[in-house]
Design a protein around this ligand. Structure first.
Ligand code: NAP
Length: 319
């Protein structure tokens, strides 16, 4: 897979990253440790060098699985993890980083991201300056290589950047969820900040595998995803029907087409979540698909038949 440069750093990342929220098990159902471990190995063998995790994914379980799965190739992979919004005070950031280093079985985290801005989910507000002070110190100590943010608006990103170099933004971004385009993307492009798009297959919807009557098992957080609500379903199924001929033309699956679209956007790589080896391999192969300007324009128009009807709230879930 042809690597890309992460923001203003000298870190090389794969355009398709593997997302490992699933490996944390919490908020998903039917996840098996041996399957997620195998998925990580298969992703690596298929050319994915960059892995996204978080302390919040199963209270470190995802980080621990990742640290074990790739320990023998640690020097060939990039670990991106995150500090959660309940650990943004100076001491908490330092401690969270130490825990993540241990979980990941490494002495340096390549990319350390603030998972959500302070004050979300009713959590306590911490001045961004304080959080950045801790992150910069960790960088100076050689415990992290680069600093990033996730779920920040343009204004929050610009404010954070006043206190230290921010190399990436990790927003929700897919053909069916495009709030970042109008908000933070111009700022990212202007300032060479990489967009690492999460939920690039709209949590599985863009693979076309969920029919209109799909019900998630209890414990699967996707029941709270706004895109899975009945009022969006008809438009989504119609959009998928219009995407199918394009997937056929490229000899790929709908999920691969969705990933190819994301990585063709300015400054953007895709974090593809996978629960097993088959999904990981299929997702990695999407990096080979080359969409023409006309394909991209067609997909853009199809995506808008869904996104034009969504409200302005950039958060994808209603819990
Ligand atoms: N920063 C944040 O706040 C944040 C939020 C969300 C996600 N993330 C990160 O982004 C990653 C990806 O996001 P996501 O998992 O929410 O969404 P996603 O990547 O759009 O979708 C992942 C889901 O799609 C299905 N899938 C994936 N590959 C498939 C394939 N080849 N064939 C068929 N189905 C396939 C699987 O569903 P089934 O499980 O039903 O098989 C999988 O769980 C996460 O793992 C995490 O690392 C970050």
């Amino acid at each position: 897979m042809e690597l890309r440069t992460l923001g203003t750093t000298d870190i090389q990342i794969s355009p398709i990253l593997m997302g490992t929220w699933q490996a944390g098990k919490e908020m998903w159902t039917g996840i098996d440790d041996s399957e997620t471990t195998k998925a990580m190995r298969v992703a690596y063998d298929a050319g994915i060098t960059t892995f996204d995790t978080a302390e919040a994914y199963g209270k470190g379980h995802s980080e621990r699985i990742l640290g074990r799965a790739l320990s023998d190739v640690r020097d060939k992979v990039v670990y991106a993890t995150k500090v959660f919004a309940n650990h943004l005070k100076y001491d908490q950031v330092i401690q969270a980083c130490e825990r993540s280093l241990k979980n990941l079985n490494t002495d340096i985290i390549d990319l350390y991201q603030i998972h959500w801005p302070s004050g979300v989910w009713g959590l306590k507000k911490v001045p961004i300056e304080e959080t950045l002070r801790a992150l910069i110190e960790l960088k100076q100590q050689g415990k992290i290589r680069a600093i990033g943010v996730s779920n920040f608006s343009r204004d929050q990103l610009a404010e954070a950047a006043r206190y230290g170099p921010i190399v990436n933004l990790q927003p929700p971004y897919s053909l069916f969820w495009r709030h970042v385009e109008a908000d933070a993307r111009p700022y990212c492009v202007e300032n060479d900040i990489t967009i690492l798009a999460y939920s690039p297959m709209a949590q599985g919807l863009l693979t076309g595998k969920f029919g209109p009557d799909h019900r998630f098992e209890s414990g699967d957080h996707r029941a709270g995803n706004k895109l899975f609500q009945p009022q969006n379903f008809q438009r989504i199924q119609q959009a998928l029907d219009r995407l199918r001929p394009l997937a056929e033309k490229h000899g790929c699956t709908l999920g691969q087409l969705a990933l190819a679209w994301v990585i063709a956007q300015p400054n953007t790589c895709a974090i593809a979540g996978a629960r097993n080896a088959q999904q990981a391999a299929e997702n990695a192969a999407a990096a080979k698909i080359k969409l023409s300007t006309q394909d991209l324009a067609e997909m853009d128009a199809i995506g808008r038949t869904v996104t034009d009807h969504l409200d302005k709230d950039p958060v994808m879930w209603k819990f």
